[in-house]
Design a protein around this ligand. Structure first.
Ligand code: TYC
Length: 101
């Protein structure tokens, strides 16, 4: 008897979920110069001058602004690198991360 006859078959259904995305948030403060905020946004988040200025002004006026969304590790690394850039110049500028709804 050939073994291939009546061999039980199992259908495996593989479901791949999209990774949850995380927002990088820019937090306003009273001390970091506007031009420095714009410089960090351009350097770490590849924003152009206009985009960086709008994000900076939104945080300045509303207290906080979403910069961009990434997977968790990329978001956390970019937020840390950008915050460290400011610390190295003595500014209190802060970037945080939070999961998207
Ligand atoms: N509020 C700062 C100032 O007036 C500028 C600033 C904008 C700082 C946005 C942080 O996330 C920020 N110099």
């Amino acid at each position: 008897m050939p073994e291939t006859i009546n061999t039980p078959r199992v259908q495996l259904e593989l479901k791949v979920e999209r990774p949850r995305l995380y927002k990088v948030m820019l937090v306003n403060d009273d001390f970091t110069p506007r031009e420095f905020v714009v410089r960090v946004l351009k350097a770490e988040f590849q924003l152009d001058e206009g985009q960086a200025s709008r994000v900076m002004m939104t945080a300045h006026q509303r207290g906080v602004c979403v910069v961009a969304v990434f997977t968790q590790e990329v978001a956390e690394t970019k937020a840390t690198t950008a915050t460290d850039m400011a610390r190295s110049k003595g500014y209190p500028l802060l970037f945080t991360t939070e999961p998207e709804e």
